[in-house]
Structure formats: C-alpha cells, structure tokens
Design a protein around this ligand. Structure first.
Ligand code: ADP
Ligand code: MG
Length: 140
C-alpha cells in the first residue's frame, strides 16, 4: 500500500447543516490526515469547470447550481490508499444505497445533495488537488 493524497469537498448541504467538524472527525478516525483545507464560495463557473466531466449528464446544471449555492470546504486528505479509503468513508453516491456509518448515510439528503465529494482515482486526485491548491498550501 502507498501513501496517497485525494481531494475532498464538503458540499453546501453539509456546510449549511454545520456538519463540517463531524465529517472531518470521521475522516480522521479512519486514519486520513487533513494536509490542506479552505472554505470557498464557488461561482457557478468554477463548479462547472470542476465537474466538466459530467457536462453531458442531465443533472449537470442542477449540480453546478447546488455546488455554488453556499460555501464548501475543499481539502486534501493524505494516508494509506487515501483515494479508496475516502470513498469508503463517504459511502455510495445515492445515500439510500450507502452503508450504515458512512458520511452520506449519516448526513446526505439526496443523490444530488450528498454532502461530500471524493476523487475517484489517483490520477484524478492530482488534477483535482491542483485545481484548488498550490503546492505550498499543502503541508503534510
Ligand atoms: P460521486 O460523487 O459518488 O463520485 P458521480 O461522480 O457519479 O458520483 O457524480 C458526481 C455528483 O453529481 C454526485 O456526487 C452528485 O452530487 C451528482 N449526481 C450524480 N448522479 C446524480 C443524479 N442522478 N441526480 C442528481 N445529481 C446527481
Ligand atoms: Mg465522481
């Protein structure tokens, strides 16, 4: 196993619900370390660029509206197999299908407003981290 970094976003629904501390406690309990973090209010254009891979999907406009509705917390998580571990702690995209004890099962309201984002591969993690953070802002 290798030490990896992955991009995590605590989405508007979870920030509005004041759950950022509870969510980050779940990451830390799972052995992930927050090595960069900031709170941002994304513009719709910034959200659209981040989720460009989904631009042909029917939910794209709704997703960009949601992600720019109110502040998010963007952060870099580091640890052994961090990409997969983060996805495990997050749970399935649809909270109705997420396992008990996962972030999405605990906090998410719907498949759209599902509380957290996590990179889906090491390659995408590197791209997504670079979208939000300069190298000097990541302090492991
Ligand atoms: P994940 O965030 O689990 O990697 P995807 O990459 O498939 O999931 O989708 C990106 C985001 O788009 C989801 O987290 C969710 O916010 C939104 N989304 C996905 N599918 C739907 C859907 N059917 N309806 C509305 N929003 C969706
Ligand atoms: Mg995804």
């Amino acid at each position: 196993m290798a030490v990896e970094r992955t991009l995590s976003i605590i989405k508007p629904d979870a920030c509005e619900g004041n759950h950022t501390g509870a969510i980050n406690a779940m990451f830390e309990k799972a052995g992930l370390r927050i090595v960069a973090q900031k709170r941002l209010h994304l513009t719709k254009a910034q959200a659209g660029k981040f989720y460009e891979v989904h631009s042909e999907r029917g939910f794209y406009d709704e997703l960009c509206e949601f992600m720019s509705r109110s502040p998010v917390v963007v952060q870099v998580l580091e640890g052994e197999s961090a990409v997969a571990k983060n996805r495990d702690v997050m749970g399935a995209t649809n909270p109705e299908e997420a396992a008990e004890g996962t972030i999405r099962k605990t906090f998410a309201k719907s498949i759209g407003e599902n509380s957290v984002h996590g990179s889906d591969s090491a390659e995408n993690a590197a791209i997504e981290i670079a979208y939000f953070f300069a190298g000097y802002e990541i302090v492991g």
